[in-house]
Design a binder for this molecule. Structure first.
Ligand code: AQP
Length: 336
């Protein structure tokens, strides 16, 4: 039997932050050698909220470069851009036609983002989870490593698979594979630096709320200096009344590579004045190799393009095969 397949992606909607890294990409890197992996820059998702056409192409390349900089290894993994493979849009249309509207209206992320956008919410934002389902299902994916915020979308993907197979496949010959989420406990939900009860997010208007992977040492120092804390001396994990303490200790643990027990013992008597410089230094050191590798890749655009061209061809071959199976199951005549 071949290796199980992994699919995941990030939108090119702004700088990647520590939440994207610790919740998703770092996990991809850690497990990639055990799987057959497809990592996609999901640029079709990026236009479900108002976007800037003049930066979309560059932002897309930057995310692909960051994948490489974070340690995605082309010996195990394929990197490609969603809009380069037309099957994503085509399968979305087919799956739209079997997805009940109320399933999409119930999605928490849609409700939250629609609330932020006000009156002019596009149909694309509502349809985002069907596009995400298509991304995953085109590759007959076994596992999808994501942060916790994507759990509901994964459940919807599974509902769509069951509905599709029930309507169009023979009971013992499913057309679409049922994927499973892969959500790690630590780092699954990195919280904002300005409010430990809110998710760190690209769309937070305050730059101080997040650490971007490409932030300079000065920016990191400034953000940690100003981040929200509490008046209590001694830091601790898992105290629901101290969300900032839990979040910052978790960041320190993940970026230093120390265990939870080691960090808890090291920081239990520390004041914030002692902990903040330690966290700052750890963050700067953890991000330095990623930033250096990123610059290297961005300085060699020909290499980056060749990676994406190869990725497109490999992804397209798999995606078209699934798309044809779906169309055949739905009764379309195929000219092959
Ligand atoms: N705060 C987070 N903690 C852990 N994981 C997170 N992810 C995002 N934020 C956190 C995970 O990152 C991956 C990429 O998701 P995306 O590109 O769809 O990111 P996003 O949702 O656009 O990123 P944001 O910052 O969450 O954007 P907005 O501001 O639009 O809400 C996913 O696996 C996600 O789980």
């Amino acid at each position: 039997m071949g290796r199980q397949r992994i699919f995941s992606g990030v939108q090119p909607t702004g700088n990647l932050h520590l939440g994207n890294y610790l919740g998703a990409i770092r996990n991809w890197v850690e497990i990639q050698s055990q799987f057959d992996n497809l990592f996609c820059v999901v640029d079709l998702h990026a236009i479900t909220v108002p976007h800037k056409p003049e930066t979309l192409a560059n932002d897309t390349e930057a995310i692909a470069a960051l994948y490489l900089a974070c340690g995605i290894d082309l010996n195990y993994s394929t990197i490609f851009v969603q809009s380069h493979v037309c099957a994503h849009c085509e399968l979305t249309w087919l799956l739209n036609c079997i997805t009940p509207l109320n399933w999409l209206q119930d999605m928490i992320q849609f409700k939250e983002k629609a609330l932020k956008q006000g009156e002019n919410v596009g149909v694309g934002l509502l349809d985002y989870p069907v596009l995400m389902a298509s991304d995953i299902l085109l590759y007959q994916t076994d596992k999808v490593p994501v942060g916790e915020d994507q759990k509901q979308h994964l459940e919807l993907t599974r509902d769509i698979v069951n509905r599709f197979n029930h309507q169009f496949a023979k009971p013992d010959q499913p057309v679409l594979k049922l994927p499973e989420p892969l959500i790690r406990k630590e780092g699954a939900r990195v919280m904002s630096l300005t409010d430990g009860t809110k998710k760190m997010s690209k769309s937070d208007p305050s730059e101080l709320s997040r650490i971007n992977l490409l932030d300079s040492p000065d920016e990191i120092a400034k953000k940690i200096k100003r981040c929200k804390t509490d008046p209590i001396r001694g830091l601790e994990f898992d105290n629901s009344e101290r969300p900032e303490s839990n979040n910052l200790l978790t960041l320190y643990m993940l970026l230093s590579g120390k265990t939870k027990e080691e960090v808890a013992a090291e920081c239990q008597d520390m004041g914030w004045g002692q902990f903040k410089p330690l966290l700052t230094q750890t963050m700067i050191e953890a991000l330095k190799p990623i930033q250096e590798k990123y610059q290297e890749v961005m300085n060699d655009k020909a290499y980056l393009e060749s990676v994406l061209r190869h990725g497109k061809h490999k992804a397209e071959a798999i995606a078209n095969q699934t798309l044809n199976q779906v169309k055949a199951a739905m009764g379309y005549s195929l000219l092959i």
